[in-house]
Design a binder for this molecule. Sequence first.
Ligand SMILES: O=C(O)c1cc(=O)[nH]c(=O)n1[C@@H]1O[C@H](COP(=O)(O)O)[C@@H](O)[C@H]1O
Length: 276
Amino acid sequence: MSRSELIGQIKSKKSFLCIGLDTDIDKIPAFLKQYPDPVFEFNKRIIDATQDLCVSYKPNAAFYESRGVKGLQSLIATWNYIPKNCLSIIDAKRGDIGNTSDNYAKAFFNEDMSGMSFDAITVAPYMGNDSVTPFLKYDGKWVILLALTSSVGSKDFQYLQIGEHTLYERVIQTANTWADAERLMFVVGATKSTEFTNIRKYAPNNFLLVPGVGAQGGSLEDVCKYGMTKDCGLLVNSSRGIIYASNGEDFAEAARAEALKLQQQMQAELEKAGII
Ligand SMILES: O=C(O)c1cc(=O)[nH]c(=O)n1[C@@H]1O[C@H](COP(=O)(O)O)[C@@H](O)[C@H]1O
């Protein structure tokens, strides 16, 4: 999905919500265990209940890889089921020497090899240019680079001062020389809303993937106040706050109700900014 198509979806759905499919087999409702692939059944019902309210789905690879072959089958089935008008993001946080990154890219972008071709992947920048560029070789695919994460440990490295800049500022500056805002997004945690004004100095046009509202306590209002651009420029993710809103038979309706609350807040923010 191109940047202009993504912006079009945001305007038509009046939403910049990304729903995180961090689907933990131990947390899904017990009645789903009767299905051959309970995790896919869960994801399918979540997607059916929410696809008009969000513009993206983000399965987190850890929850699938932890289940071995069965988990990969659930992931492939989920990728296949994500509607084509939603940006599919694999949250894998990969990155290694070029030769290895080439293979990570095949795993998530090359349908002929792996059975999956997500629109975007999260990548860790630590190993530098040759670890990131293999993902950029795929036309039309997005790289979403970790910049300032929502984790408590973000202070360990990301704020370190290097000359005039912090490490996370250098990551954004340097990576923006490798690709443009048509292909490159950055992860910025919603828990870091005070940093958004600064981040926009270095990433005025890039979309930001913003996890950390809901279960991690970040404020959607502050994210929008300091991080929104004229094109919106934000994809705000919530995982547990939506998908585990109930663990009864009504889980999909409960997920929809939580997604609707976020979509309505997002609509108000888009209207306030004159984007819709
Ligand atoms: O790359 C990510 O998506 C990510 C980066 C970050 O800084 N913080 C963060 O929470 N995430 C992911 O975003 C999701 C947040 O989930 P919830 O806290 O349940 O909404 C998880 O899949 C995390 O792995």
